[in-house]
Design a protein around this ligand. Sequence first.
Ligand SMILES: *Cc1c(COP(=O)(O)O)cnc(C)c1O
Length: 384
Amino acid sequence: MCAYGGDKKTAGCPRGRAWIELHMDNLRHNVEALKALLPPGCELMPALKANAYGHGAVLIAGELNKLGIHAFCVATAAEGAALRRNHIAGDILILGYTHPEDFHLLNRYELTQTVLDYDYARILSRYGRSVRVQVCIDTGMHRLGERWENIARIRDIFYMKNLRVEGIFTHLSAADTDTPEARAYTQKQGMAFRQVVEELGRLGLTCPKVHLLNSDGLLHYPELGGSYARVGIALYGVCSTREDEKQSGVDLRPVLSVKARVSSVKKLHKDEYAGYGMAYTAKAERKIAVLAIGYADGLPRSLSCETGGVLIKGCMAPIIGRICMDQTLVDVTGIPHVGLGDIATVIGADGGTSVTVYDVAEQTGTITNEVLSRLGTRLERMAV
Ligand SMILES: *Cc1c(COP(=O)(O)O)cnc(C)c1O
């Protein structure tokens, strides 16, 4: 029998079936903690892509605006446009591909488009209207960016008629890996990038903004400098893995909790099944609760069959059977007084216990970034 009676502070406040609570005090704490690591002249450029890693981009950006942060990056033009429609101020850099049919969004919403490489630069310039851009340099990630060796092509991008170059940046591919090879690779990327900036300088081309750090870059290689640190995952108070967090040496605090409502409680008799596919059989008489959250909300289906669990009244309730699209079954046999309308903590703390996003990432064989960014649009987001 689990004795803890539940966290009175979180009991019963919000309405709704399943939701995300944003701990804005933790966001403010993380901003301060990361600012303290910034090299001289460097500012935070929070990554708000994928709905701010599932947190809710408008709420997060609004809070960051209040904290005086005025540069952001997103993955898509639609993400940038949505921020503007919700009155988010500051520079917004689109890191990824925008289709030519969407180029009109760039000026309408004052967005800065990344030049993905030389070929993309030509297409963008042919749009025929002046657009704000930053040029991505490939220094070893070998994803987007014009190759750093191609100085002549990079120079030509600066001279393309309709491109107003506001900066150049690169992306570190191994800053998350703590091996001698990875450290050497990161240093090589830093040197290649610096060389491009210097060569452009010799050609009389100045880049107002120059940046290369992501979260792991800022945590482990702040000396590489730059005008911005494009921080995503760390700002949300976690690292990609528990191991990364141990190495980070920074006090980061999770910004998000996920909660779901108990929609029904029932008894199961011995040998009865529950859920799809007869995947769960009661070994004895059990008490189960139905939660109003499912895999369509981003609760990974691979947490099914006792791989994962939630907290109810501060006690662990294992997920039983197969997680459904909109609903999940948990075993609450040992937990007293569980009833309709109670709140389950799917990610977060309840009393002295917690289910962390690291737990969920490990149970499902992925990184925290994926767990967070897949949290669904049906979840209401609210600041607490
Ligand atoms: C997503 C992304 C970031 C942020 O990465 P984190 O590891 O979450 O800090 C920075 N730069 C680029 C180009 C990205 O795609």
